[in-house]
Design a protein around this ligand. Sequence first.
Ligand SMILES: [Zn+2]
Length: 86
Amino acid sequence: MARCRDCGVEIVWARTPRGRNIPLDYRQDDGQGRDLFVIVGGVAVVVREVQRAEVRANGGRLYPPHRRFCRQAARASTRVRKERTA
Ligand SMILES: [Zn+2]
């Protein structure tokens, strides 16, 4: 079980089709994300909104990217915003 080194929650690693590592969140799909993935053979594949119902109907699992929920990432982006507005 992998954990985020920044915030400590459980994550699952996958690769993008381009071969970069991407941390995905274990929590179930929140249904409102712009980007949700299925993991196919270790590769994170984006599922478009129109395809999500079909994935769910087949018992597939949709993973949101962990970055969206990571507390550390949120803190970092807040810091960036402050620097930009200063
Ligand atoms: Zn995190």
